[in-house]
Design a protein around this ligand. Structure first.
Ligand code: ZN
Ligand code: ZN
Length: 414
């Protein structure tokens, strides 16, 4: 088992740097029941830091699976209003939301992909109103992960459950900087580096990014007034900073929803809805997926793309150098929070309105006119590698190197 001291540091980091918990603020936590010990540490620390109320939504992979195996379709697709109201009530009170995400990537592999798709779509539809709070940064929210047995053994299949858990704790502590003397200070420094990168890119205001790598040749138009973000985000209601993802290594913006053309090939497996999609590629025309293939998980990919109109368009472009600490671990985590921060990625589905100047105050029509994609889903997938080159096209049509061989070609210190 991981040392108590490291667990305490991690819990404190999630609360201080992650959601930046304020005195007197309520806190809602989504946590796996297998992580009850760690969650209790978080709760104790939250009260110490002045939380007024801490509410836990326990998730249990085994119970989720039993429900998928046994419940009729109409139950799976009925996301009860009282669940929605619980989230909305906390959001209206200005609560912070901490999600501890540690699902077994193969949990639902034997369940009909159509059933899984229908249930997750119903959930996304029901939670649409609440999602506006997170996607517009109107509440502070953060996602972290902790090891659970099945997940750890997926990453380290040759190890016993206990050894796999221990190895994963070790990796997580290193990647989220809990092994540093002062993790909060280490994060401040890391956020300052990401801030420098996004500020340079915001000034550049590229019209277009062109990606070239084996299996990838694609042009992504960037809308006027696009905003690169990364590292700490700002709570748009209260003004203080928080970190939506821990770890995070990306700077990201949105592509124009009608301006994506070409083919892109994924470089890592994607864990989506309890299934793995692997060795897949997508071809876009005028922003929309017109062709796709997958060696593994084709049905799951198909259901993802058929979620709604916006699921076939892109909502995010993220740049992550190939030498990020996560890719240096050499591991595939089968967990998007980790894998997306090892690699350049793009996301199918909804764009963050905060990636457009004034976007968080726009209505749906205005967002569409500015090229901001809308969907019930937002799914990142990885396209980075040591062979990826990216060019940026400036306003006057000049082409500049942005990435070469998977790493930054821009010097941010100039
Ligand atoms: Zn991302
Ligand atoms: Zn994303």
């Amino acid at each position: 088992m991981a040392e108590q001291q490291a667990l305490e540091k991690y819990a404190e980091l999630a609360l201080r740097t992650g959601v930046n918990l304020q005195k007197g603020q309520p806190l809602m936590i989504n946590a796996p029941i297998d992580g009850a010990d760690f969650t209790r540490i978080v709760v104790r620390k939250a009260y110490e830091l002045g939380a007024s109320d801490v509410h836990i939504n326990w998730a249990d992979d085994e119970l989720t699976l039993l429900k998928y195996e046994n419940a009729p379709d109409e139950v799976l697709t009925d996301f009860p209003q009282w669940q929605v109201d619980k989230y909305l009530t906390f959001a209206e009170k200005g609560a912070a939301l901490l999600s501890i995400r540690s699902t077994n990537p193969d949990l639902l592999k034997d369940i009909d992909a159509a059933r899984v798709a229908k249930a997750s779509k119903a959930g996304a539809e029901a939670m649409k109103e609440f999602r506006k709070y997170t996607m517009n940064d109107r509440i502070s929210w953060s996602i972290i992960s902790i090891p659970t047995g099945d997940w750890a053994q997926k990453i380290f299949p040759d190890k016993s459950k206990e050894d796999a858990m221990e190895s994963l704790w070790e990796q997580i502590f290193k990647i989220v900087r809990v092994d540093k003397e002062d993790p909060v200070a280490a994060w401040d420094e890391h956020n300052a580096t990401l801030k420098k990168a996004r500020e340079v890119l915001n000034k550049k205001q590229y019209k277009k990014l062109i990606y070239k790598a084996p299996g990838t040749d694609i042009e992504l138009e960037l809308p006027e007034g696009h905003v690169w973000k990364g590292g700490a985000a700002e709570n748009t209601e209260k003004g203080y900073n928080f970190n939506p993802n821990m770890p995070t290594e990306e700077v990201f913006t949105l592509p124009h929803k009608y301006g994506v053309n070409g083919t892109v090939t994924a470089t890592m497996p994607l864990n989506y809805g309890g299934n793995v999609i692997d060795n897949f590629s997508l071809t876009f025309k005028d922003g929309k997926v017109v062709d796709y293939q997958a060696e593994q998980g084709y049905e799951t990919l198909k259901h993802l793309l058929d979620t709604d109109e916006g699921a076939r368009r892109l909502g995010e472009i993220a740049l992550v150098p190939h030498e990020s600490p996560i890719s240096q671990s050499g591991l595939i985590f089968y967990n998007t929070l980790y894998d997306e921060n090892a690699s350049c990625h793009i996301a199918l589905g909804k764009a963050y309105p905060t990636n457009l100047e004034g976007g968080s105050k726009m209505n749906d029509d205005e967002l569409d006119q500015h090229g901001v994609n809308d969907s019930l889903t937002h799914v990142d997938f990885m396209i980075g590698s040591a062979e990826l080159d990216i060019d940026g096209v400036t306003a006057n049509g000049e082409t500049e190197a942005v990435f070469r061989k998977g790493s930054w070609a821009i010097n941010f210190d100039e």
